[in-house]
Design a protein around this ligand. Sequence first.
Ligand code: GDP
Length: 467
Amino acid sequence: MLGNLSEKFEGVMRKLSGQATISEGNVRESMDEVREALLEADVHYEVAEAFCETVLTEALGESVLKSVEPGQQMIKIVHDELVKLLGGEEAMDDEGRPIEREPIMYVQPGPTIIMMSGLQGSGKTTTCGKLAGYMKKRGKNVMLAACDLQRPAAVTQLEVLANQVEQEVEGSGKVMFHGEPEKCAEYGQAVGVAVQVANRALESAKLQGADVLILDTAGRLHVNDELMGELRQVSNAVNPHQIYLVIDAMTGQDAVNSAKAFHAQLELDGVVLTKFDSDTRGGAALTVKKIVGEPIKFIGVGEKLDALEEFHASRIASRILGMGDVVSLVEKAQEQVSEEEALALQEKMEKGKLTMDDFLKQLQAIRKMGSMKSLLGMLPGIGNQLKDLNLDDKQIDRTQAIIQSMTVAERKDVDLLDNSRRRRISKGSGSDAKDVSQLVKGFEMVSQLSKQMSGAGMMSKVKSMAG
Ligand code: GDP
């Protein structure tokens, strides 16, 4: 994610921050490097140029050079400009922290109608499912409607996703589906078939008490009049409260160009940038707000249903500058473990009563948070050093398999694990006997350590640090 760009920025910033004094020449030189990094990341030429000009003017005008910590001040200016580029200025609270708004405005009474648009393959249908999951977790009843009638397979894809979200995503909301696959046969002969389906989906959403109706619409490989005509018809018929454009971050400037075309025809309210997990150079993220004028609301960070993150300009700016994104990391952790669970676990650790089942639960929570590499990448200063490291998520899976091959009694009391039991477990989990021994040893160390830490009052210290 943003590998090269972040690496370059981090390098420039490190050079600046290490200097007690900086000259105008230093600033200009760094801006040349920044400009080069932006262009390499496929940021639009004019955008990169304007960015560097603004930073230069601010840096040279604000007596940065004479200040006590010129490097830090420069970094702040670059950070703030990046934030603006990524999504405009965010409102600040009294302590100067950005106030983060809910990305979705819900209307009362519902349903809030959200229309998705985008080119074929951009990740539109997948994003519909992810958004439904995001809302279900927040207690909303959501209806997904398949208004892409070009192919029956598209209708089925959305139906499968809707069922999957309903079954797999925990949350008090409900996910429903409206689709009329038989209408696909009429598509192409009858004008306005998509409109009919959208209208009926809206009726059904109202009847079934949906808080949100998400319309998946047709895409094409390229922007054309037919597609835009259809999208406008659907939009005029149901008057969506929000229209989102889904774009593929990997396609860089192409994505920005198609975004321009969509923007000219539809009243867009926001952008979802998908495939941000892949080797995107970042150009689309840094250009889209400036060119399209609409903010990025979410980023897609994987193929799985929970791989959707709210987009916060200041957090991404920090990631680009190698400052990490601890806020997102903590949020991810909080999503997986409730406060009561965390407290119960802490108590057990303090008493030295940790069991293999607790260990397993922690591993599962970590696994659900995303890949190890993406998690560690959110820690300050670590992201770019991980680039070439081959972190093996399968190791966690293997450890899980070993614990799952233990009996209930063994999980409660590892002292039971004699050699014959260890052999059985290694066979059952398809792992080496030495992996089992290593796990038991590691577990005993963690238990011992947590007991010692609590004895020394460390747990409360760690807790107060975290709080
Ligand atoms: P649509 O034609 O716009 O509806 O696109 P789909 O939703 O069918 O997605 C196209 C492909 O992109 C599928 O293989 C998805 O799994 C994949 N995809 C969608 N979003 C993401 C993402 O955020 N990250 C990654 N890595 N793949 C994604």
